[in-house]
Structures are given as C-alpha cells and as structure tokens.
Design a protein around this ligand. Structure first.
Ligand code: DLL
Length: 424
C-alpha cells in the first residue's frame, strides 16, 4: 500500500475504533466524555492527539476483564502479562482478533525468512505468556512445521533440534544464547544442528549480542517486538534487511511522545512508544503508553514494504538507571561489553547506594577461567572494560571478572539488573 492509502485506512479504522470504545467500554465512555472527545471529533489522523493516554495501571485497576468491549461469550482466548509485581494485566481475544494476530505474525515471520520449508522450534514458555501461542499460530498459518517444545528442558530441546533437523528457533535472545552454550557442552558437533534462522524477541538484544548469538549458532537472527496488552508478538518485526522493525500499521497507529511532557514528537525523534489498536475487538486500547523507547521512520524500506518501521527498543523509560546523575540504559552497557576480547556475553549490573553516592558494579564472565590466576592479565582486562564503560557511559563503574558460567542463565526474559538502592 502507498503511504496515503495506509493513512486513509488508518483514519477510517480510527474513527470506527473510537466510536466502538465509546459505545462498548464504560471506562472509555467516561474518559472520552471527560476529555470532551466525542467520536465525531475524530476527523483527521492528527485528531488522535485529543484522545487521552491509557496506562498499564488502567488495565490493573480494571482487573481482570473491566476493559473488555465484548461479552465473554465472544472471547475465544485469554492471556496475561508476564509481569512479576502486582496484578497481571489480562487481555482477551475474539475469534477475529486471533485470526488477525496469526496474520500479523505470519507476515512478520515471512519477512524474516520463514516459509513452509521451515521447521521451527518454539522455545518460549507456553501458557499465559503471549509469545509462544502467538508465534505458534502465525507460523502454522504460513505452513511451517511447528515444534512446540516450550522453554526449559534444554537437553531434550537440543535432541529434538538435532533429530528433527529443526531449522528455525523462536526464543528470547538470552535463551538462544544459553541453548548454544549447552549445545557446545553436550559435545555433539555443531554440524549436527541445522538451525538457520532465529526469530527472537520479547526482550532487548543489542546488535553486539545478536552477533554473539549468530556466531554461536551460525544463524541469521531477526528482532521481534510486541507486548501482551497490544496483542503480543506480531506488532512489529525485522525483515531480512534488518533496518528497523516493520509495524503492522493496518492494525496499529504508533506515535512517540516525550515521556515527561507527554508531547507528541515528530516522526524520527526518539521517545516513548504509544500504540492505538485499530482492529482489536476484545480489548481495544486507545493511545496505550508502552514505556518502551524507540524512534519511528516512515521511509520506505529497501525490501519494498511501505510500512513505518521502529528502531530496536533502546530500553524502557522505567528501566533507565540514574547513577550519580548519569542516565544509564542497560542496553548501552551491553553494547559496550559484549564482543570484547576475552569476556563472554553474560553480564550483570548491580546498583548500590553507598553513603550518598550510587555505585554501579558490572560483573562479566571470563571466557577462560585460568586468567583469574594471572594477576597482570586480569588487571589489563579490567582496565580496558572500565575505560570502555567510562567512554560510553561517562561514569566510573566497578568491574568484577567472574568465572566462566558463574552468572545466572535465563530460559525466558533475562533479568540482568540488580538495583539494591532501596533495600535496607
Ligand atoms: O514479550 C510479547 C512478545 C513475545 C514479543 C514474543 C515478541 C516476541 P510482554 O511479556 O507483555 O510481551 O512484554 C512486553 O517486553 O513492553 C518491552 O519492554 C519488552 N519487549 C518485547 N519485545 C521486545 C524487543 C511480549 N524485541 C515488553 N526488544 C515490552 C526489546 C522487547 N524489548
């Protein structure tokens, strides 16, 4: 579609959506009334700016089904967020929503290089998490052979991978990395594995980390983004050119805003991603604040697709660490560390408050444990990591070199930051 055709489709769907929310979700009826935005007020796409934002707390406050726009008899599936604190956010799908979702995932996985020749192992946890079932149905739709192993039980996963000649893997980047490590330990030659494609996502992965995963498996990796509130995976993903994640714009309007002033930013500026679902029937959301930081461009991709693309997520506005006044995103540390000589791609950040000052400790694993006995080499590695961190972050960090395989490994989303500042 041309950009103008996409925009007119979005406008037509936005008008319908606002009326649908106003008529069917008491929460939105009240909210739109209070903001003085009756459905008739939406005449152009930029009129979206009059609609108030929706936050995660709105979903929590209306737990479990308060934001659903349709009676339970029309709800075909329920998922919930993977959040560890507070009530989970619960989302529902009508049959149509499930059909659209599978279509969106089918598009994105096709753009990544999957096809009916693909034998794909899904190593996301099956269950309330949207990742596994979302990719499952999208990949089935394109005729791929789906192997629903779920996450965990890594040795068995690897056996299936060898025996089934699995050629694509769906997982979080951290689990893909851990699986490669286990594969090496098991001792089968890597030529026993036939993986070619990694459809990874659900957490951040810098290009540096991606290089490590690609090298460990000998595969090509694409990044995939989404969040349960919006549908799960399938919202956006990279094509084979990896110049940003293509957004399924016939189903979503994406904006970026300044998270402090809440002002809408011009296309191409980095800010918090705000998403409006255009076609969801079960739980439509108006201007949902994702807290994820990115940039959107409307330039046509060289692959020929005309959809807008978003940058890889830089971090979450609530993930940003403020250390002695300096803003630090874990992704910056990952970019700085991963790929450096003699250290592995596993790391942990520990933030403490000592007296009145915050300190950052960066723990990294050595590739070769015997270095721990060579004082001068150890000193040299520590010094070069410190100086790299200082250049990139503008901050002095304590660097601790750890034994190989001593840091925690993850089967789902990695948790690499330990913020101890509020602990007694
Ligand atoms: O993680 C949905 C998903 C599953 C996406 C599988 C892609 C693949 P939630 O568990 O609700 O949903 O977590 C959503 O995870 O707001 C981001 O902060 C983060 N996230 C998801 N994908 C990426 C990504 C799924 N590609 C939250 N890069 C989001 C960076 C990501 N962060």
């Amino acid at each position: 579609m041309s950009r103008s055709d996409i925009k007119s489709l979005q406008l037509e769907r936005l008008k319908r959506l606002v009326k649908y929310c106003y008529d069917n979700v008491p929460f939105y009826h009240k909210k739109l009334n209070m903001a003085g935005v009756l459905p008739e007020k939406i005449k152009t796409l930029s009129d979206i700016q009059y609609i108030p934002y929706t936050n995660k707390t709105d979903l929590r406050d209306n737990y479990p089904f308060g934001l659903f726009a349709t009676p339970m008899k029309n709800i075909a599936r329920i998922h919930a967020s993977s959040g560890t604190t507070g009530k989970p956010t619960v989302v529902g799908y009508t049959k149509n929503d499930l059909e659209n979702w599978a279509e969106m995932v089918a598009r994105i996985t096709t753009a990544a290089g999957a096809s009916d020749e693909t034998i794909v192992q899904i190593a996301f946890g099956y269950g309330m998490f949207t990742g596994a079932l979302g990719l499952h149905y999208g990949l089935e739709k394109i005729g791929a052979t789906v192997v629903p192993t779920s996450s965990g039980n890594t040795e068995k996963q690897l056996m299936f991978m060898r025996d089934f000649k699995t050629n694509a893997l769906v997982a979080t980047p951290s689990y893909a990395l851990y699986m490669a490590e286990c594969a090496k330990e098991l001792g089968y030659p890597m030529s026993d594995y036939h993986l070619k494609l990694g459809i990874l996502g659900s957490e951040g992965c810098t290009p540096e980390m991606r290089d490590q995963i690609e090298a460990a498996w000998g595969i090509f990796v694409t990044d995939n983004y989404g969040l349960s509130e919006i549908c799960g995976p399938g919202m956006s993903g990279e094509c084979h050119l990896r110049q940003g994640l293509h957004i399924n714009e016939d189903h979503f309007i994406c904006e970026t805003i300044d998270p402090n002033t809440l002002e809408v930013l011009p296309s191409g500026s980095e800010g918090e991603l705000v998403v409006t679902t255009l076609t969801k029937e079960a739980i439509p959301l108006l201007r949902y604040r994702t807290k994820d930081l990115t940039r959107i461009t409307e330039e046509k991709c060289e692959c020929g697709r005309t959809t807008a693309r978003m940058d890889k997520i830089k971090g979450r506005s609530d993930d940003m660490l403020k250390i002695r006044g300096v803003n630090v995103f874990p992704s910056q540390v990952e970019s700085a560390l991963v790929g450096m000589d003699k250290i592995g791609p596993h790391y942990q950040l520990i933030v403490r408050r000592e007296g009145f000052a915050d300190t950052l400790e960066v723990k990294v694993e050595l590739i070769d444990g015997s270095v721990l006995e060579k004082y001068s080499e150890l000193e040299g590695i520590t010094r070069s990591i410190k100086s790299r961190l200082r250049t990139i972050l503008g901050l002095d960090a304590k660097v601790t070199l750890a034994e190989p395989k001593s840091l925690e490994r993850f089967q789902g989303k990695a948790k690499r930051v330990l913020d101890l500042r509020n602990e007694k």
